[in-house]
Write a protein that binds this ligand. Structure first.
Ligand SMILES: *Cc1c(COP(=O)(O)O)cnc(C)c1O
Length: 470
């Protein structure tokens, strides 16, 4: 493609995206396609000769867009948000155009230094103390794996004093912890059987006394406790583990504390919502995803550690071909995580934070939290429904429960109910299971979601209930 065509199609694509943002409500949130239907449209063999961009772009519109799930739709109330913003999209375009591979300082000095700066902005924004240093990772799963590997390194370092005694390492997390913890435990080589799931209370938060008991039992049985993962905003119900009490237990037994605030972390930008951060100043590592609720398109995970030295010790390698004269004065982020290659992700964060300012992000979070509380009020007022977990931030867990039904019947009823809600096309919600009870989740966080969309969701919910109940 010559530069004139690049210019022409660039303008055309931005126009298309601007129209998409403007008209996104006209699409059903989830595409109406059957499994395997889409792949049949694409030729079995790759083209031998290059094809004109007009054809490719036409097929993008006719074959790709109809199969997209619209995460940026105002009716996106499923799983968790992965919101973006025009500012972030434009920055991502620039990143792609610059095409820099930012593995070390020398391979793009500004990528390293801007990352250092914006990560410290983020640290200040969420109220973490100056003792924390940040680095961008691709996902929270990777950051949690990174924490587990660092905790393992630290624990085995401690073990080297034990002269030949190799103790089995243990990891602890609440029963509501995200699946990335179990996955990380498997990848990091702890062994799945060495992950202890700690009981949670009525609000689905980890019970610190139960954690302490588990650690003492393990010590007595000859294990070495290596890492505790606390959740700020569990995936199922946005439950808040009491980080301060958990941190006290971790300090007592010298165990690494990693805090997973993947979704909820953004809410810490709002001072009156920040209570859940109590105790995080004592954590060893902390993760949250600007790519969930902070207007920064996927992927961009913020990972903070108290001791970058320990992190670097876990990951650094010194091949001759990567040595540079600047190594002693700069941050080479290849040593701060798993991959060597790194995208210039700091650029989109810089664009987002500068465009919205702290106030802009606070306003968005406050509005989502207000709308979730509003929806929860409507649910509470209608006796056909039941709230299933304390309403935290922008998540409401609820179900239909007209009375006189057992759990099995309620599960079946609510499966049908959710299907009816989603068949409408204007909203999309998903479910979870809380203590074995089928639960529907309304999770807000799309940049475009306004009160009228939540009202619409409530109308759809009521209508589905009218239709399904005798
Ligand atoms: C979404 C989420 C994750 C996983 O995040 P990725 O960035 O997709 O790996 C982990 N923990 C919690 C609590 C989450 O909400």
């Amino acid at each position: 493609m010559d530069t004139e065509s690049f210019r022409k199609y660039g303008h055309e694509f931005i126009d298309w995206l601007a129209d998409y943002f403007e008209n996104i409500e006209k699409y059903p949130v989830v595409p109406r396609v059957q499994p395997g239907e889409i792949i049949k449209q694409f030729p079995v063999s790759p083209p031998h000769s290059g094809e004109p961009m007009d054809d490719i772009f036409r097929d993008f519109q006719t074959q790709v867009v109809p199969g997209i799930t619209h995460w940026q739709h105002p009716g996106w109330m499923a799983y968790f948000p992965a919101n973006n913003s025009p500012e972030s999209v434009l920055a991502e375009l620039l990143t792609a155009g610059l095409g820099a591979q930012c593995m070390i300082w020398q391979t793009s000095p500004v990528a390293a230094e801007l990352e250092e700066r914006v990560m410290d902005w983020l640290r200040q924004m969420i109220g973490l103390p100056e003792t924390f240093t940040g680095v961008i990772q691709d996902t929270a799963s990777t950051a949690t794996l990174t924490a587990l590997l660092t905790a393992r390194e630290k624990a085995t370092g401690l073990q080297s004093n034990l002269k030949g005694i190799e103790k089995k390492l243990r990891v602890y997390a609440g029963t509501e912890a995200h699946s990335s913890i179990e996955k990380g435990v498997k990848i990091a080589g702890y062994g799945k059987e060495n992950l202890r799931m700690i009981p949670t209370d009525d609000a689905f938060a980890m019970i610190p006394e139960a954690l302490q008991q588990a650690i003492e039992e393990d010590l007595a049985a000859g294990y070495q406790p290596a890492c505790v993962v606390a959740a700020i905003g569990s995936t199922s119900s946005m439950a808040m583990d009491p980080v301060d009490a958990i941190a006290a237990v971790c300090k007592k037994y010298n165990v690494w504390l990693h805090v997973d605030a993947a979704f909820a972390g953004t809410a810490a930008v709002v001072p009156e919502l920040r209570d859940f951060m109590k105790g995080t100043e004592l954590a060893d590592s902390f993760v949250f995803n600007p790519h969930k609720w902070m207007l920064t398109n996927f992927d961009c995970t913020a990972y903070f550690v108290q001791d970058p030295g320990m992190l670097i010790q876990t990951f650094e390698i010194h091949p001759e071909y990567l040595k540079t004269a600047a190594d002693k004065q700069v941050k080479n982020y290849r040593d701060w995580g798993i991959p060597l290659g790194r995208r210039f992700r700091a650029l989109k964060l810089w664009f987002v934070i500068r465009s919205y300012g702290i106030e802009g992000i606070q306003a968005m979070v406050r509005e989502h939290v207000r709308l979730a509380a509003l929806f929860a009020d409507w649910i509470r007022e209608d006796k056909r429904f039941e709230i299933m977990a304390p309403v935290q931030l922008s998540l409401v867990c609820f179900r239909l429960n007209p009375g006189g039904m057992n759990e099995e019947q309620l599960t079946q009823l609510n499966q049908e109910f959710l299907q009816k809600i989603n068949s409408h096309g204007d909203v999309f919600m998903t479910h979870t299971s809380l203590r074995g009870k089928y639960t529907i989740r309304l999770a807000l966080g799309s940049r475009t979601t306004q009160e009228r969309h939540v009202k619409k969701a409530w109308e759809i919910v009521q209508q589905a209930a009218d239709e399904i109940l005798p």
